[in-house]
Design a protein around this ligand. Structure first.
Ligand SMILES: Cc1cc2nc3c(=O)[nH]c(=O)nc-3n(C[C@H](O)[C@H](O)[C@H](O)COP(=O)(O)OP(=O)(O)OC[C@H]3O[C@@H](n4cnc5c(N)ncnc54)[C@H](O)[C@@H]3O)c2cc1C
Length: 312
């Protein structure tokens, strides 16, 4: 077991923000995960999990506990089913499927994510979601490794049972049912999706995905006159937070090294030396301004890592 001290968390988040963790382990096997957990139990430390680090906000003061960075990379094929360990990227799982003439994950390579992070947040794009082809999830729960059928779990838009506050499970892998199909056609769809995304969202910059959840509640009727697009969104049941932020006049606004993206207002970009404190200030300003104009309170989608530290 290779537990390290004072590991730099900034490098483990695509936002490139955050202090150090008191302890960390780069887990390349499930045994490493279990060994890390035993270490934490012996020392009574809370444990946090990092997958690909694409949806995290990490405190400048760091983390007092153990971070398990999921680097498990094993992939197996059984007929048309693929089992991927939690640290495998969605892109890697998709191309592994292709090698075995399996398709069905055309949306997935456009989403930067580990399999574990994708299952937890039911990540998705272009009408596809992680839950769609997921058959089983391998988890660590209170000293036991279990295989849970996905039908025994709850999934909805960017939500799963694993996101419930009292859930301490660690996702070790997922079994996905793909289908035999046309690999070249699948690759073409993947390319199209990646190109479409690069037009709509920031690419090649330090960011952490969408900062806010899209809004699904009610909105004052009188706002439809000033913002006619709202009725279209309300019919669909979801108002994009990016729309609310842009209409609140906040596109491009900066606090220190953090800027609301010019391309998509629900993304914040770390332009260099941005800090956690600056992100928080910008989040507060966005929430207040959106509330003033639309009378709705938008909530964070991005995960505060220190709030996810749990005794597992
Ligand atoms: C440029 C960009 C574009 C994006 N586009 C999309 C998009 O189109 N659709 C979309 O859904 N998301 C999108 N995201 C957000 C992000 O890709 C997803 O939320 C992704 O699923 C997060 O997975 P991760 O492995 O990076 O998780 P992390 O960010 O590492 O962790 C997120 C949360 O999951 C927990 N976690 C991670 N792994 C495990 C595990 N094995 N067991 C238990 N808990 C775990 C962490 O503790 C944390 O609470 C985007 C992000 C970026 C940076």
């Amino acid at each position: 077991m290779n537990i390290q001290e004072n590991i730099d968390l900034k490098q483990l988040s695509t936002f490139k923000i955050g202090g150090k963790a008191k302890y960390g382990i780069y887990a390349t096997t499930i045994d490493d995960v279990v060994a890390g957990l035993r270490f934490a139990q012996e020392k009574s430390l809370p444990v946090g999990i990092i997958g690909a680090g694409c949806n995290l906000l990490i405190h400048d003061d760091g983390i007092d506990g153990l971070i398990i960075k999921m680097n498990t990379q094993s992939l197996e094929v059984h007929g048309n089913q693929v089992f991927a360990e939690a640290g495998v990227s969605l892109a890697m799982m998709t191309s592994f499927g292709h090698k075995h003439n399996l398709v069905g994950l055309e949306w997935a390579p456009s989403v930067p994510s580990s399999v574990g992070g994708a299952i937890r947040g039911n990540a998705g794009a272009f009408g596809g979601e992680t839950k769609d082809l997921l058959k089983q999830v391998k988890i660590y729960r209170q000293g036991h490794i279990l295989d849970i059928d996905s039908s025994d779990l709850q999934f909805s838009y960017r939500q799963s049972s694993f996101k419930q506050e009292d859930n301490t499970d660690i996702i070790l892998g997922g079994l996905f049912e793909l289908s035999h199909g046309d690999i070249e056609l699948s690759k073409t769809h993947i390319k199209e999706n990646i190109i479409t995304k690069s037009h709509n969202q920031p690419v090649g910059v330090a960011c952490s995905g969408c900062i806010f959840k899209n809004y699904t509640g009610l909105i004052d009727d009188h706002l439809y006159d000033t913002y006619p697009e709202l009725s279209h969104f309300v019919t669909k049941g979801v108002i994009p937070s990016g729309y609310l932020i842009e209409k609140a006049g906040l596109k491009g606004l900066s606090v220190g090294g953090i800027q609301i993206s010019d391309k998509h207002s629900n993304y914040m970009i770390n332009t260099g030396n941005g800090t956690y404190a600056e992100v928080i200030e910008l989040i507060d300003r966005v929430k207040k301004q959106v509330y003033e104009i639309f009378h709705v309170m938008i909530e964070e989608e991005v995960v505060y890592l220190h709030q996810q530290m749990k005794f597992r």
